[in-house]
Design a protein. Structure first.
Length: 255
């Protein structure tokens, strides 16, 4: 089984890239973030013609998530149960016996801001909900754009980014608390090349200079951890014309 996550930063612009990527990487499920489409504008026809089922949860201009899968997803949930939120950030469904949760974590803007406070509250709500989800679904994968670089090795310049958004002690503590639920960072199960990032700013030739952050993650439950055989970042789409600033991350699960 192969699962993937990709912040596409506007599906209206990057639908051809997503379809091309799926043709080259026929994963069992792909979660998207920042689709930036209202539900009535979602390209269900094109995705269906590519041989996939899709569940989506949209919002005008901002946010928006989707779950694309080979087989229909069951028991679909949109946003965090028990956490009131007007923003379209989470979609969950069961695919092939695995609970797949795709999430677009809040950016947070800057420490001390209202948006940072929202991010902290959102993360607390997510953890509470996941505690219940893990009781029901032993085979669970949480993946998406976390907007958190969990360690200094996930940042091209840890000194410059110290205390900045994505790298604050508060955000990293929330990431650790997710791991404490019994989840594992699939990417770190394997020896990885140094300077492995999943996001590069559009500005200052960041991609060309490989100045990025690893903020897109796949966390797997204890029941799946021993079956993970690979996890990688596919940098190739970042070279596309008009690319997303994020790259897909893929996990392979045996059996």
């Amino acid at each position: 089984m192969k699962l993937a996550t990709w912040n596409v930063n506007s599906l209206a612009i990057r639908l051809p890239q997503v379809l091309e990527w799926l043709a080259a990487h026929p994963v069992d499920a792909l979660v998207l973030q920042e689709t930036k489409l209202t539900d009535d504008k979602f390209p269900t026809l094109e995705i269906g013609e590519a041989g996939y089922q899709v569940q989506w949860f949209g919002q005008k201009t901002y946010n928006g998530v989707a779950l694309i899968s080979r087989e229909p997803a069951g028991d679909v949930v949109k946003n965090i149960t028990g956490f009131a939120d007007e923003q379209a950030r989470v979609i969950a469904g069961t695919v092939g016996g695995v609970r797949v949760i795709g999430a677009y974590f809040p950016n947070g803007q800057a420490p001390g801001s209202d948006k940072f406070a929202y991010k902290m509250n959102w993360l607390t709500g997510l953890r509470s909900w996941l505690t219940d989800e893990l009781k029901t679904h032993q085979q669970l994968v949480l993946m998406g754009d976390f907007n958190i670089a969990p360690e200094d090795r996930d940042v091209y310049d840890p000194v410059a980014w110290a205390g900045q958004i994505h790298c604050t002690p508060e955000e990293r503590e929330h990431f650790r608390q997710l791991l404490d639920l019994g989840l594992t960072d699939a990417f770190r199960l394997f020896e990885q090349p140094p300077k492995s990032w999943s996001w590069w700013d559009y500005r200052n030739l960041a991609f060309r200079k490989n100045q990025g952050l690893r903020i897109d993650h796949i966390l797997v439950s204890e029941a799946l951890k021993g079956r993970v055989t690979a996890c990688e970042i596919d940098k190739l789409p970042r070279k596309n014309e008009r690319p997303s600033d994020h790259a897909p991350v893929i996990v392979t699960i045996d059996g």
